[in-house]
Design a protein around this ligand. Structure first.
Ligand SMILES: Cc1cc2nc3c(=O)[nH]c(=O)nc-3n(C[C@H](O)[C@H](O)[C@H](O)COP(=O)(O)OP(=O)(O)OC[C@H]3O[C@@H](n4cnc5c(N)ncnc54)[C@H](O)[C@@H]3O)c2cc1C
Length: 338
């Protein structure tokens, strides 16, 4: 189901991709990471109507999906803020300001005389691409599962408290797996399953997990089969390099095998890439008039992949869009005067 946030309310209208007609906007923002979300707010300050698309079921990009509980300490005016809290604040700021369409990977952008049509559905006068590392898709647990089983296998979690008192299998050996295991260990019993004896994540996190009574570390094992038995997930694990098989039972499974992502799809829209990123000029404009790009998706000499820098890029892009769309207007730059 697609969740549409509009005027700050959650509207659970089902919108089928390619079929819906949701109107005309001054600006489409592709990607609801922190930079896309801020771009929408800044566009609103300038009086632009906007629509945001994200391919995932949740807004928030990397902070929400990859490090929701980590403290970010380099966002101006916040000494520290978690990934998930930052996204909440950016989203709350958008109440009534924009339309957000999730579960929608933008596939097609067609130029026409006054602007662009997105996926044959929405007409916009300008576009900001804020797709970060790309439309990331979690690497799935490589086991055959029926729909009921899939419901207990997760790739993102919104609220770890939902799993309070349960037994959770965390599959993976990188930073995300360790972060999830640590956070969930505050509420649930954890078994971490990794195919190597060594973890790729922070050694201090491994040490912390090893010290916890409600955490068990099972290595080196690979999952081989999964069955639903009495509403629980029964997973058969095979020892790597050995023959031993053991079965473990979980209430829920979190898969932290990483993500696949790329931005090559923008080439279909005629956008020039420099390596895997979008080349932009000093106003964040791509090679196509009316299409701008901001955040981690862009490249230029000296760029660093930081959220605060992306916020500044969004301000540059929106200012340029205002000049494109309203060349006759004297532009007000400071929000204090808007
Ligand atoms: C572990 C980790 C820790 C970090 N710590 C910090 C830190 O402390 N400070 C800091 O400043 N930065 C940090 N970063 C970097 C920061 O997260 C990124 O710079 C930031 O997320 C970039 O934001 P963005 O909006 O450009 O892209 P993203 O956050 O990558 O969001 C892009 C969004 O676009 C969507 N999308 C992609 N393609 C499509 C499509 N075709 N259609 C629709 N939607 C699409 C994706 O689903 C995604 O939601 C960290 C990154 C990681 C991985």
């Amino acid at each position: 189901m697609n969740i549409v946030l509009f005027h700050g309310k959650v509207d659970t209208t089902i919108i089928k991709r390619g079929v819906f007609k949701i109107g005309n906007y001054d600006l489409a923002i592709i990607g609801s990471g922190p930079v896309g979300l801020f771009a929408a707010h800044y566009a609103h300050l300038h009086g632009l109507s906007s629509i945001i698309f994200d391919s995932l079921s949740e807004v928030g990009g990397q902070p929400q999906m990859l490090y929701p509980f980590k403290q970010i300490t380099d966002i101006p005016a916040y000494k520290k803020i978690t990934g998930t809290d930052l996204i909440k604040k950016l989203t709350d700021d958008l109440a009534g300001e924009t339309k957000i369409v999730t579960n929608h990977k933008v596939e097609q952008v067609t130029k026409n005389s006054d602007g662009f049509t997105i996926d044959n559905s929405v007409f916009v006068r300008s576009i900001i691409i804020a797709t970060g590392a790309g439309a990331f898709k979690p690497k799935e647990l490589p086991l055959k599962m029926d729909e009921a089983t899939k419901k207990q296998v997760h790739y993102f979690i919104k609220d770890p408290k939902e799993f309070a008192g349960q037994t959770i299998g965390v599959f993976g050996g990188g930073d995300s797996a360790l972060d999830w295991a640590l956070e969930l260990s505050n509420y649930a019993n954890i078994k971490i399953i990794h195919r190597r004896n060594q973890f790729r994540g922070l050694e201090s996190n491994v040490a912390k997990l090893k010290s916890l009574k409600n955490v068990e570390i099972l290595t080196p094992y690979l999952p081989k089969d999964i069955q639903m038995i009495n509403n629980q997930l029964d997973v058969s694990l095979k020892e790597m390099g050995g023959t031993q098989l053991r079965n473990e039972t979980f209430d829920q499974i979190i898969v932290a095998y990483g993500f696949k992502a790329n931005n090559r799809f923008v080439k279909k829209w005629g956008i020039d890439l420099n390596g895997t990123n979008i080349a932009v000029d000093r106003s964040m404009k791509t090679n196509i008039n009316g299409i701008y790009a901001v955040g981690d998706v862009v490249t230029y000499p000296g760029r660093v992949p930081l959220i605060a820098l992306g916020f500044g890029e969004a301000q540059i892009a929106i200012t340029a869009i205002m000049r494109d769309l309203f060349p006759e207007k004297t532009l007000t730059i400071h929000s204090t005067s808007m």
